[in-house]
Each structure stands twice: as C-alpha cells, then as structure tokens.
Ligand binder design. Sequence first.
Ligand code: SF4
Length: 430
Amino acid sequence: MNEYDSERIYDIAKKINYEKSKDFNEINCYVLNTCHIREKATEKVYHDVGRLKKVFRNKKKPIVIVTGCVAQAEGEILLKRETYIDAVIGPQSIHRFNEIITKIEKKYKKVNSTHFDVIDKFDTLKLIKNLNNKISSFLTIQEGCDKFCKFCVVPYTRGPEFSRSIQELVNECNELVDNGSKEITLLGQNVNAYNYNGEKLSDLINKISKIKKLKRIRYTTSHPIDFTSDLIDAHQSSDKLMPLIHLPVQSGSDKILKSMNRKHNIEDYLNLIKKLKKTNPKVKFSSDFIIGYPGETEEDFNATLKLLKEVEYINTYSYLYSPRPGTPASKLKKIEESVMKKRLLIFQKFAGEIKMKYKKSLINKELLVLFENKVKGKNEFFGRDEFSNSVIVKSDENLVGKIEKISIINGNQNTLFGVTKNQDRKEFAA
Ligand code: SF4
C-alpha cells in the first residue's frame, strides 16, 4: 500500500514540477514514506533523517517530509524530536502534499497533517492521472480496518474501513492498463471487506476482468471472516483472477486467535480453504504468522506447526511478536524472548522445507510467466508465474510485458530458472 501511496505522492508533486531525483546528493525535497507495522519503525526514521543530515551538512537543507503510518502515529513527537523534519503527513492526507510543500517553501511553520479525511483524499486523487507504467501495478481500493486485532496499529493509523467508488476504480484500472500494466493487484488492509454502496470485491473483479488488455488480477490482504461466497465463486468465474490467495491466519491455536480478537477459529479457516479448493482446485495459499504472541504455550505453537503442515502454504511471512505502542496487546505480559526466537527458527525451518518441496515439484513443469523487467546488465528477464513465483529466463528477445510458457530447469527457495519453448534446455545453467 505504501508503494501505491509513494507513486501517488509523486503523481501529485509532479503537478508543481517536482521530479523523481536521479542523484540523491542533488535533491531539494526528501520524502520518507513509512510503515509502522514492524518494531523500531520510528527509530528507523530518526536514523534515516540523521543520514540525510550528514550528506547535507555543508549544503542547503532539503525539505524533509515524513509520510505514512509512523507520521500518523507519532507526528508531533517526530517534529519535536527531530527539527530537521519540516512536515509529517498521515496516509489519509497525502492529497494535501502540494499545499503543504508550498507552505514550507514560503517559510511557513512546520506542518502536521494527520487528519482522517479519506473521502477528501480519494476525491482529490481521482482527478490526478495515475502515471505508473509498471507491468505489474498496485491499486488501493479500500483503506482502514474495523477489526481491531489486539496486536495491530492499523485501525488507529489508517482509520475505519473505507471503500473507493467502483467507477473511480474501473477508471483508474483503465488508466493503468493504458500506461502498459498487464497485472493489477487490488490492495486494502481488509481488501475483501470492500463494499461500495453494496458492490463488493467480486463485483469489482468481474468489472475489471472485462478490460481486454488486463491479463492478471490479484488482491491482498484478505480477512477470513470477510471471505463471502461471491468472492469464492469469482475464483471460478474470472480466469484473470490468479490462484494464489494470501489468507493471514496469525496462529494455529484457537486460544491465541481468541486472545488476538481475530474473530474466527481454525475450523472456520480450514472450512474456507476447503470451499476455495472445491471451487477452484488450482488455488494455493500464503499466510502471515505471529510467533510468540503473549500467552502462547508449546501446545499453541504446535497447533501452528500442525496448521502449516495441513495447508501446505507455498509462502509464509512470519514475525516474532513485538508490542506496538497503544495496542491492547502491548499491555499483556510478553513470553520469554529466547523461547519466542527458538519457536520462530523452528517455524521458519519447517515452512522453508514445505516451500522447497513445492519449488522442487515445479522443476520440469511448464509455467505461464508474465515478464516484468529486464535484469540490470544481463540478458535475462524477470517475471512471475500465476502463483507469484519469481522466474528468471535468459533471452535475446525482449520479453517485458509478455506472458510466455516457460519450462523450469532448476531453482532455489526464492527463484526458479527456466527457458522459453524456443530455447535449448541447456541454455540456462544457473
Ligand atoms: S484485520 Fe488486519 S489490519 Fe485489521 S486489525 Fe487485524 S491485522 Fe490489523
């Protein structure tokens, strides 16, 4: 979502003649778009600004703006502690970027813009052309969250659930496709809670599936309780909807899910997976896990490992629990750090084995790969298959923007290497 916001900030700033800089030493404005989901996010801001100060010690100071969720959560503190920062802009105020930068240029006082004016934001953004011309683009369709998982800052930093108008989104999809995008990932903190005057995520998917030059649609991140039957059906009815579903679960233990206020249990979650597989047997899953949440016992952790085995996720994102200031979970007693770390290692080793087994199963198979870019300095092209697996192919022909059937020759946990149907299999000795 921050990547989408960064691109949109650039689209806005371009209106007052700001350009992306090619040389860091020559910048006159530095925008740090931040994420608050991980530990030490605020410290990272001070560190990055400190680095910037060193570079510009004997030069004219650039305008320094911190945007994103750290700005939202800690705006006033940032401005007081680091006077080099000129403005903090929360994620719901990025549309005010030009007005704020003009104030700073005119030597007004420091600016703290952290209101939740999300309607105003998208009303402004819809009038500004999306200039992103990547083969695979992001599009924010929904923001905020009403779920209040006890460990999460999103409901406080991004505000309540808000869905953009479906027509506005179809228009922006058309813009992106006209710019050259072949794949669009629909984004939302709770993307499947999307609801605009009764039109849901499945309606949006069905509408944009009709855009001829758009070849692939993805969406992230879903909450299991918002996975309604129409969305399950879309995985059968839209052949543009990719079969990898990111479905965060966080823990395999009902006790921990309850304590996290996740609003579903493991039985509900597995039933949903069963329904999705029945609707489209091709689908596979990835997920997020928090290891060492307060109160997690060996038994709870083993339940998480059991779930990992049962679902056979092809990708997992796992983190040690870290308390976010202001969240209810931050008041709970943490379990011992050494225990958490040991569990994370066990989890990641097991998840890695499952992933490796899956990647190995793809060797000698043919995958449909959409190529996104040329690898810098090499005659190689990077793309992704339907399940978002990274694939690299050597080629003299420009493959960017094409979907090709690729035979996989070898690979590791992160990347697969393959050849096009016209190439000799020995050609890729990775
Ligand atoms: S559903 Fe996701 S975004 Fe919402 S509170 Fe829970 S973890 Fe945070």
